[in-house]
Design a protein. Structure first.
Length: 303
């Protein structure tokens, strides 16, 4: 049994006239009659009968018609789904992101992509840059929103941006360049200032990223402090920026964060710029050029 036979049968059942059905199908009447006869032989039942010179469906034919229409509908849907998948309108995008992307860039990129491709399923999870790189190389994710390379400690003068260097075999596109900011308790003695020098924090207790959760960020920020003459006194550590901000708001210390910063109550915590010529941290979209996912291609176009 072939789909063309089913289509012919459905048209004949709708017209109950082989001549009119043949015209709709652009077939000769004998050819159409042979198709229906072959279909009846294949399934072993009589689909049509003549009653008082009228062409009618048999009981078996009426049952078969409903199922044939459903099969044809599902075959059409399968074709459309395959075509839409090929165009990147259906499927799954496996995206991972660093925490600092969640406050501005991630909502902006995903908002635009969701508007353009509302039926694509999003598989999202926060992941460090190192683990994103490994997952991209292994093909376990489609795209990463990461910070590929930290500033070189000791090479900060001039405010140069971070040079993006990824693992061989990956491609990237910079979507944001972000400064290092100071988070202070709202009642801190320096909170009234709009800009601070990093050296002014030398005597302060710090809340820092825990090194296991982000060794590159941790070591680089410590390196900035050492470059201006002090080693930060780390009193508390946390694995995520929201917890860091909460501990700062509680008055347990100050912190250095990569912008953009999370929304917060200005009555409990404030963010201030640094006047030091520190390099900016680039946030990049990264992917493997070997990944031929149509959904990935549409996301990159959106970016």
């Amino acid at each position: 049994m072939e789909l063309r036979q089913l289509r012919s049968f459905v048209v004949v059942a709708e017209e109950l006239n082989v001549g009119r059905a043949a015209v709709r199908l652009h077939l000769t009447q004998p050819s159409l009659s042979r198709q229906i006869a072959a279909l009846e032989r294949d399934i072993g039942v009589e689909l049509f009968a003549r009653v008082r010179k009228r062409f009618v469906l048999t009981a078996a034919g009426a049952t078969f018609l409903a199922e044939a229409q459903d099969l044809l509908r599902r075959s059409d849907e399968a074709i459309r789904a395959a075509q839409r998948t090929q165009r990147g309108e259906l499927g799954t995008l496996r995206l991972r992101f660093v925490q600092s992307a969640t406050f501005e860039v991630l909502p902006r990129l995903l908002g635009a992509f969701r508007t353009a491709y509302p039926e694509v399923e999003l598989d999202l999870e926060s992941l460090t840059t190192l683990r994103q790189t490994e997952a991209l190389l292994d093909g376990r994710i489609d795209v990463g929103l990461l910070r590929p390379n930290a500033p070189a400690v000791g090479a900060q003068p001039g405010g140069e941006t971070v040079v993006v260097r990824l693992a061989p075999g990956l491609s990237s596109r910079v979507v944001s360049s972000d400064p290092v900011l100071v988070a202070l308790p709202a009642r801190h003695r320096l909170a009234r200032r709009k800009r601070l020098r990093l050296a002014e924090l030398a005597e302060e207790p710090f809340v820092f990223y825990s090194r296991p959760s982000g060794p590159v960020v941790h070591d680089t920020l410590v390196g900035f402090c050492r470059a201006v003459g002090f080693t930060p006194r780390i009193e508390q550590v946390a694995a995520d920026v929201q917890t860091i901000v909460s501990l700062v708001a509680a008055g347990l210390g100050v912190s250095l964060l990569i912008g953009p910063t999370p929304p917060s109550n200005p009555d409990t915590v404030v963010y201030r710029e640094l006047s030091d010529d520190l390099p900016l941290w680039q946030l990049s979209v990264a992917w493997s050029p070997d990944n031929r996912s149509p959904v990935l291609a549409r996301f990159l176009e959106s970016v």
